[in-house]
Design a protein around this ligand. Sequence first.
Ligand code: CU
Length: 80
Amino acid sequence: MENIKEIKTVKFQLETLTCPSCITKIEGVLNKEPGVDNVKVLFNSSKVKIEYDEDKVTSERLKELIEKVGYPVLKYSCST
Ligand SMILES: [Cu+2]
């Protein structure tokens, strides 16, 4: 039997991203965080989609990390 992890997805709407290096910066900080499985930054719509293991990290923590590197999160939505 496979041990299935509890993977959740969260989407953050950011203020407008102005250049591709923003993506690198956001992905960099998130990929370093334990529990983060997959990060996708959508440049055109300024959204970040993150798959994460909720046993290791919270969406609140992910939001803080993004804001710490300089990108205010306007809103976010969770789904299981
Ligand atoms: Cu930039």
